[in-house]
Design a protein around this ligand. Sequence first.
Ligand code: GLV
Ligand code: MG
Length: 314
Amino acid sequence: MSFYDTPGCTPRLQRSELAVPGSNPGMFEKAANSRADYVFLDCEDAVAPDDKARARKNIIEALLDIDWKGKGKTLSIRINGLDTHYMYRDVVDIVEQAGQYLDTILIPKAGTASDIYMVDCLVTQIETAKGLEKNRIGLEALIETALGMANVESIAQSSRRMEALHFGVADFAASCRARTVVMGGLNPDYPGDQWHAGLQKMLVACRAFGLRAIDGPFGDFNDPDGYREAAKRAAAMGYEGKWAIHPSQIALANEVMSPPEAEVARAIRVLEALEAAAKAGKGAASLDGKLIDAASARMAENVVRQSRAILSTD
Ligand code: GLV
Ligand code: MG
C-alpha cells in the first residue's frame, strides 16, 4: 500500500442514493426497480412520530419480501437519531428480524465517535446472537450538525464497519443557523458556495480514512439544473455520490457521478503515455502539450477504476 492508498471499506457503487420513507410502502417496489445504486428506507425525518412503529414494520417486510440484491441494489436503512427513544428499537427490531438482508445502517446526526460505537455494539451483539456474522452490516453516518462536523475526523475512524459519510446539508444548515433559500442550494447573499468549507472538511476526513464521501439532498425536485450544478460541484471536489429525494433525481446523480466517456478515454491515454515514458526511462511525459507525471497516473487510475465499477454493474 502506498501513502496514497487508504484502507478500503467494502467497495460499493454509490452514485445515486434514493431516500424512501418507511411509512410509504407503495414506493418500495418502484425503488427496487429504479436505476438507483443505493436505496435507503427511512425511519427518521421523513416519517412522522405517529408512523414510526408502522414504518419500522414496513421496512422489515420490505427487507424480507423484496429481492433488493437481485435487483442490483445496496440496501440501507436510516435509523432515528440517538437522541430519540425510537433508535434502539429501529436497530433491534430490524436487524434481529431482517438483518441478513441489510447492507448498511445510516446513522443520522452523528455528533461524536461514541454515537457510532453505541450502534456498532448493538449491531455486533445482534449479529452474534443471531449468527449473522457472515453478512457484517456496514455503518454510514450523516455529518449534519455543527458537533458532527467539529468531530468529523474521529467519527470517520470510529468503527471498522464505517463505510461512508454523508453531508446532510439541511440539518447542517439548521444546526449552524445558516440562512437558506432551498435545501442544498445556494443563497445568493453568499459570494460563492456557502457549503464548500463543510463539504471539503468532510471529504478530507473520508479520503484520509478510506470512506466514501456522499453529498446529501437537493430539495427542489422541479429544478434539475440546480440539482445538476450542486452535484457537479460535489463531484469536482471528489464526492462519489448524491442523494435523490425524488425518483427524477436518480438519473441526474448517475449522470454527474459517472466519469464522462471523454474523461475515461483521456485517463487511458495518460496511463499509456506514462507507460511508454517509463519504458524509455522517464517519469514524466507530455500529452496534448501538457505535462503528465506519476500524480497524473494516480488521478487517471481513479477515473478508470470508477468507470470499471460502473461497467461491471450495467
Ligand atoms: C439530511 O438528512 C439532511 O439533513 O440534509
Ligand atoms: Mg437530516
